[in-house]
Design a protein around this ligand. Structure first.
Ligand SMILES: NC(=O)c1ccc[n+]([C@@H]2O[C@H](COP(=O)([O-])OP(=O)(O)OC[C@H]3O[C@@H](n4cnc5c(N)ncnc54)[C@H](O)[C@@H]3O)[C@@H](O)[C@H]2O)c1
Length: 218
């Protein structure tokens, strides 16, 4: 979307969260939502929500709230919900299998189209309706795939990353503990559950949420 560059990154990160909730409201036939309702549901303080929504051109009215349909339309366009984004997953082990079985389509048009593994026993099978190819076929199969989910062992992460980038992948969701090195222009989002859990416990201890006004914007 042309206006997307105006949205601050912290706001953009919350978009999928808002989208999911607003979409549910829409399915339930709700026409309006207040920032308080949203705040309770998505656990973002209402002042932040009001500021975020002002970037979307959605100006809530006192006692009226926000128009659900308008927001939904905006989020759909901004998140490219109308356009399917093909994704590949590398490493169909414990974590990879769980992701393939999880149907991302429920919430948006992000779809894992194909998966790769080095284990010959898995190649040629399907998990969650997604075909599994041998990792040797990566370069042959990865057409038009822009993003990849990395769930291989730590030791394989960098080599696989380089092959993905050579095949045109420009976004990697990295679940391995490896700090992978990528050239400029390739975006890596690193998700480490151990770090997330540690951080949650730290925040629970040091920033107890007994008053919603204390909640700060990240
Ligand atoms: N982010 C997290 O919170 C979190 C949690 C658990 C595991 N992990 C990490 O995610 C990764 C996967 O974990 P897991 O428990 O699913 O491991 P796993 O051993 O169950 O799965 C790894 C899969 O990768 C495949 N593989 C190995 N080498 C490959 C290669 N060169 N190309 C393609 N596939 C290859 C294996 O055959 C296997 O199916 C690990 O790096 C692990 O540390 C992250």
């Amino acid at each position: 979307m042309s206006d997307q560059s105006k949205i601050p990154q912290a706001t953009a990160k919350r978009l999928p969260l808002y989208y999911r909730f607003i979409n549910n409201l829409h399915i339930q036939g709700k026409l309006r939502v207040s920032s308080k309702e949203l705040s309770d549901a998505v656990k973002v303080d209402s002042a932040t929500i009001r500021r975020d929504f002002s970037y979307f051109g959605a100006l809530g009215k006192k006692g009226y709230g926000y128009n659900v349909e308008y927001l939904l339309e905006f989020f759909r366009k901004t998140l490219d919900q109308d356009e399917s984004t093909p994704v590949a997953l590398i490493g169909v082990g414990n974590l990879g299998t769980a992701f393939l079985n999880y149907n991302f389509m429920k919430n948006n048009n992000t779809k894992i189209e194909m998966a790769f593994d080095a284990d010959a026993g898995k190649v040629g099978t399907e998990v969650g309706g997604v075909p599994i190819y041998h990792i040797d076929q990566l370069e042959d199969k990865l057409h038009d795939v822009g993003a990849a989910i990395l769930t291989v062992p730590l030791s394989e992460a960098q080599t696989i990353t380089e092959r993905l980038i050579d095949s045109g992948v420009t976004g990697i969701l990295n679940f391995t503990p490896a700090r992978i090195t990528v050239p400029e222009g390739v975006r890596v989002h690193h998700i480490d559950l151990a770090v997330e859990l540690q951080s949650l416990i730290y925040f629970m201890k040091h920033y107890p949420l007994d008053n919603e006004d204390d909640a700060e914007e990240e």
